[in-house]
Write a protein that binds this ligand. Structure first.
Ligand SMILES: O=C(O)c1cccc(C(=O)CC[C@H]2O[C@@H](n3cnc4c(=O)[nH]cnc43)[C@H](O)[C@@H]2O)c1
Length: 238
């Protein structure tokens, strides 16, 4: 008979994991976290991670992820990881956000009555589900390590939000949204299309809203990304 612990472990049994980051600094932070976890492991049955670049934006992310998966059909999990913007009072700068769903927040039509998503228009789904057991375990593991972490919808947009009005409108349209970035839905769509489970991890470099480059904390976000990937590798090596 399987107990709850066995069931969770089975749900976490990913062995070939593809992580897509937009830029090299993110890729290096992810690799540092994985290497740190590997150095503390004695296990012989380790998960294998490939960390690849997908460029900036959902189109590049989808094309690069699809091309990579077509050439390497061995992956059982795809993760979009990198820095992102956090919604005020939900995901603070330097904290970690894990998607409980991945949302194409600007995929739809502007109408006289406001934004209509592709779901409303009847052209598909703007939401991709995530590997929920791993998402929960990772969130718990990061929390136990003493880092600020939250879970909720993470939005993908082609245009970085730059006003308070747009930030408020996104919060209103997608209840519980915690963060935004530009690649998650693209990478996830390519994997989901092949029935490969997906996740998104964003570490917060800036607050979503009025543009102010001086308030950006990319170094803090990259450190948080390293920590999140350390915990990810630990959870998957258990
Ligand atoms: O010049 C600006 O004002 C500006 C503001 C936010 C982001 C950018 C970028 O070029 C970063 C794109 C890159 O980083 C991720 N990212 C980071 N923060 C955000 C955000 O608040 N909204 C969306 N994406 C963000 C994104 O995934 C890209 O990879 C420039």
């Amino acid at each position: 008979m399987m107990n709850d612990m066995d069931r969770t472990q089975t749900a976490l049994n990913y062995r070939n994991i593809l992580i897509m980051t937009a830029v090299e600094a993110e890729r290096e932070a992810v690799l540092r976290g994985i290497a740190k976890a590997a150095s503390g492991q004695g296990s012989t049955e380790q998960a294998k991670f490939d960390v690849q670049l997908c460029g900036v934006g959902p189109i590049s992310a989808a094309a690069e992820t699809a091309a990579y998966l077509a050439a390497n059909p061995k992956y059982d999990l795809v993760i979009s990881a990198g820095i992102g913007g956090g919604f005020t009072d939900r995901a603070e700068i330097g904290s970690i956000a894990i998607a409980d769903s991945i949302i194409a927040a600007d995929l739809g039509a502007e109408t006289g009555d406001g934004f209509s998503s592709v779901d409303k228009l009847g052209f598909g789904s703007s939401s991709i589900p995530v590997a929920s057991a791993l998402t929960e375990e990772l969130t718990k593991s990061i929390q136990s390590a003493g880092w600020a972490v939250c879970s909720g919808p993470i939005l993908t947009l082609s245009t970085v939000t730059g006003t308070r009005e747009t930030a408020d409108e996104l919060k209103r349209r997608i209840p519980g949204a915690v963060a935004e970035a530009m690649e998650g839905y693209g990478a996830a769509f390519a994997a989901h299309r092949l029935n490969i489970p997906v996740m998104e991890i964003r570490t917060i470099s800036n607050a979503i809203g009025p543009r102010n480059r001086e308030l950006w904390r990319i170094g803090d976000a990259l450190q948080a990304l390293e920590q999140a990937c350390y915990n990810l590798a630990e959870v998957l090596q258990r």
